[in-house]
Design a protein around this ligand. Structure first.
Ligand SMILES: CC(C)(COP(=O)(O)OP(=O)(O)OC[C@H]1O[C@@H](n2cnc3c(N)ncnc32)[C@H](O)[C@@H]1OP(=O)(O)O)[C@@H](O)C(=O)NCCC(=O)NCCS
Length: 187
């Protein structure tokens, strides 16, 4: 059964909520400021990213929630309502109750613990509300920021998996981390 699109997670310094159509302008601004640090790892983040691309992302996220397949949250500062980044559960596998977790944080807000907290909040949502029993984080081996974030959030390194992801169209080996529910306790 699909979850409501008004799901909100508030935890002290962060607010996670599904993307809304009126977020598109803030999303465009966050991506445009972050091309230097995100573009190497996220192929869609490149010069020319515009409001139409942001609107398209929000539309696809709304559809993902409606279909019960992709659960993408914007990460916000609850006091300033400023967009900090994104975290989401995708590639949901109902048979094995697993999913993949992806994230990014806008350049001006990096290295303040945002991703670590957001990963834990999104993973807890996945275990409690989607019934997941395994959440994977997959990163290119030299993406130290992503790997360290997974580790800080409590995920365990499992393997370098061959040809696990396409990076700018090329098959690449990748570091696979996983969280299972017990990894998040105690909170
Ligand atoms: C990965 C990313 C989300 C981290 O966001 P963040 O909010 O800066 O992360 P945190 O502040 O929670 O830091 C988590 C850990 O990563 C480390 N870290 C963050 N940025 C780093 C960098 N550029 N190089 C090395 N380590 C880094 C932090 O020091 C911290 O580790 P520590 O506690 O041992 O010091 C951010 O760098 C980003 O958006 N990168 C581009 C997108 C991306 O690669 N997404 C993941 C795809 S798999």
């Amino acid at each position: 059964m699909p979850l409501p699109c008004d799901t909100e997670i508030v935890d002290g310094s962060l607010l996670l909520r599904p993307w809304r159509s009126d977020d598109a302008g803030a999303l465009e601004a966050a991506v445009v400021e972050s091309i230097d640090s995100l573009g190497r790892w996220l192929p869609w983040c490149r010069a020319g990213y515009d409001l139409a691309a942001a609107r398209d992302w929000v539309r696809r996220c709304e559809q993902g929630w409606a279909d019960g397949e992709h659960f993408a949250f914007g990460i916000f500062d609850p006091t300033r309502q400023r967009l900090l980044g994104s975290v989401g559960l995708n590639q949901r596998n109902p048979l094995h109750r697993s999913a993949n977790l992806g994230y990014w944080v806008r350049q001006s807000e990096q290295r303040r613990g945002v991703a670590t907290k957001a990963v834990r909040l999104a993973a807890r949502f996945g275990f409690r509300h989607l019934g997941l029993q395994r959440i994977e984080v997959v990163a290119l081996p030299d993406n130290q920021a992503s790997r360290r974030t997974a580790e800080r959030a409590g995920a365990r390194f499992e393997a370098i998996a061959r040809h696990r992801i396409l990076d700018h169209g090329q098959p690449k080996d990748a570091a696979v981390y996983a969280l299972v529910p017990g990894d998040l306790e105690p909170a």
